[in-house]
Design a protein around this ligand. Structure first.
Ligand SMILES: Nc1ncnc2c1ncn2[C@@H]1O[C@H](COP(=O)(O)OP(=O)(O)OP(=O)(O)O)[C@@H](O)[C@H]1O
Ligand SMILES: Nc1ccn([C@@H]2O[C@H](COP(=O)(O)O)[C@@H](O)[C@H]2O)c(=O)n1
Length: 214
């Protein structure tokens, strides 16, 4: 493979894009970047410094400091940080800084799997494969609920569903880089699919693209 092979995976919260992306990266020997963590890192920096999430200039400063190698999913994966991330991600100047860093990551051989909300539409519009992973809000809320309980936490299904619907509305409704499938993306609705079935369906799509590239 001469030029980096890039797989773009987009989708709404708790759709399973991270799970799928990690497996695809392992399967195809690619690097993986969860771009949601970079928006979470900006939000976490503002929250920790007691700064307003509406303060675009401070958010840009925090975005410039983001180092993908130093992102800690354990610290950044809380509900509070996720909610704050969806608020800082509406700032266009923050997006510009993070998108440049994400593109730099994708450029390195042998290539990468990036997951997020705008990978196929904005970050890597020329990606070799674009997947749009989704599932109904009820299915996604059920998965997240089970995940939290499995990890020993406490959560109420109704509150998670409300959170997912609010996050969808904000991510799909913002002016800059709203969440939407790229015109040339493959839609994977995993509402009735196991993790394994979703992975196999994605591999079939990637294998076809690899064959066409080589
Ligand atoms: N096809 C599937 N069937 C059942 N459970 C799934 C499936 N895909 C993912 N899951 C589970 O759903 C939960 C959410 O998955 P994951 O964290 O990959 O979603 P995500 O889209 O990356 O979420 P976020 O955007 O919030 O980071 C996890 O517990 C995961 O194990
Ligand atoms: N490419 C991306 C990735 C994420 N966001 C925003 O960050 C929030 C948190 O993302 P998770 O995937 O970790 O849940 C998300 O709700 C988006 O608002 C983004 O804008 N672009």
């Amino acid at each position: 493979m001469t030029t980096p092979f890039v797989i773009a995976v987009d989708g709404p919260a708790a759709s399973g894009k991270g799970t799928l992306s990690r497996r695809l990266a392992t399967q195809y020997g690619l690097r993986h970047l969860d771009t949601g963590l970079s928006y979470r890192a900006v939000a976490h920096a503002l929250l920790s410094a007691d700064l307003s999430l509406e303060d675009e200039a401070q958010a840009v400063e925090a975005a410039r400091e983001v180092d993908f190698a130093g992102l800690d999913p354990l610290v950044l994966s809380t509900h509070e940080v996720g909610e704050a991330a969806s608020r800082v991600s509406v700032h266009p100047a923050v997006r510009r800084v993070l998108v440049e860093k994400q593109r730099d990551f994708a450029r390195v051989a042998p290539g990468a799997v990036l997951d997020g909300r705008d990978i196929g539409t904005v970050v890597c519009p020329d990606a070799d494969v674009k997947l749009y992973v989704t599932a109904s809000p009820q299915v996604r809320a059920g998965r997240r609920h089970r995940e939290i309980l499995r990890l020993g936490g406490q959560a109420e299904y109704g509150a998670i569903l409300a959170d997912i619907e609010r996050r969808d509305a904000r991510d799909m409704g913002r002016a800059d880089s709203p969440l939407r499938p790229a015109a040339d993306s493959h839609l994977l609705d995993t509402s009735g699919m196991s993790i394994e079935a979703a992975f196999l369906a994605a591999c079939a799509i990637v294998d076809e693209a690899l064959a066409a590239k080589n």
